[in-house]
Write a protein that binds this ligand. Structure first.
Ligand code: AMP
Length: 190
């Protein structure tokens, strides 16, 4: 089973590359951002709770995110594996994911970190905001906060996997195909 954490700041291209990876490897995509947006669209209690955090570009509390991912994994039958996109975003989430997978005799195969300079991220997020309809992509202050939160709360997650010898960094600037083939080279060696 392939269980991959696709890591990187907002705008790094995780969603785009995940789409290609699920097609090639037949694994399931778990994007916590997408799951929250789905709940928001459906007006569930979870969606209402998450909204106030998402609107400001802050992280939704760990226990809420972990509960949602736990349910998502449980609802999947006969899976070949998962790509975790936008999760884990805190060390507590990474620890919870390890526990969750370990309890099923599974584990993370590796983390792939897409490395993109900050000015390029801002450009991409602005561009995406024109079509994504995401308010958190369209407001400079929210984008600033998301990047700050990434640096402060999420970057330590890379060290968490590095300590386990599971981190590979990939240049996230280039064509979609170039980046995808660099990712495949890593995944094919898991
Ligand atoms: P994303 O689509 O991954 O950029 O996520 C959009 C927003 O959803 C984030 O700014 C957070 O408010 C929330 N979110 C998504 N994933 C997580 C997570 N793993 N932990 C906490 N909040 C999250």
């Amino acid at each position: 089973m392939l269980n991959i954490v696709l890591f990187g700041p907002p705008g790094a291209g995780k969603g785009t590359q995940s789409e290609k990876m699920i097609q090639k490897y037949g694994i399931e995509h778990i994007s916590t951002g997408d799951l929250f947006r789905k709940h928001l669209g459906e007006g569930t209690e979870l969606g209402k709770l998450a909204k106030k955090y998402m609107d400001e570009g802050n992280l939704v509390p760990d226990e809420v995110v972990i509960g949602m991912v736990d349910e998502r994994i449980k609802s999947s039958k006969d899976s070949e594996g998962f790509i975790f996109d936008g999760f884990p975003r805190t060390v507590a989430q990474a620890e919870a994911l390890d526990e969750l997978l370990n309890s099923k005799g599974l584990g993370i195969s590796g983390m792939i970190s897409l490395e993109v300079p900050e000015d390029e991220l801002r450009k991409r997020i602005k561009e995406r905001g024109k079509t994504s309809g995401r308010t958190d992509d369209q407001d400079d202050k929210k984008v600033d906060n998301r990047i700050r939160v990434y640096k402060e709360e999420t970057m330590p997650v890379a060290q968490y996997y590095q300590k386990q010898g599971k981190l590979t960094k990939i240049d996230g600037v280039g064509s979609i195909e170039e980046i995808f083939s660099a990712i495949c080279e890593v995944v094919d060696n898991y």
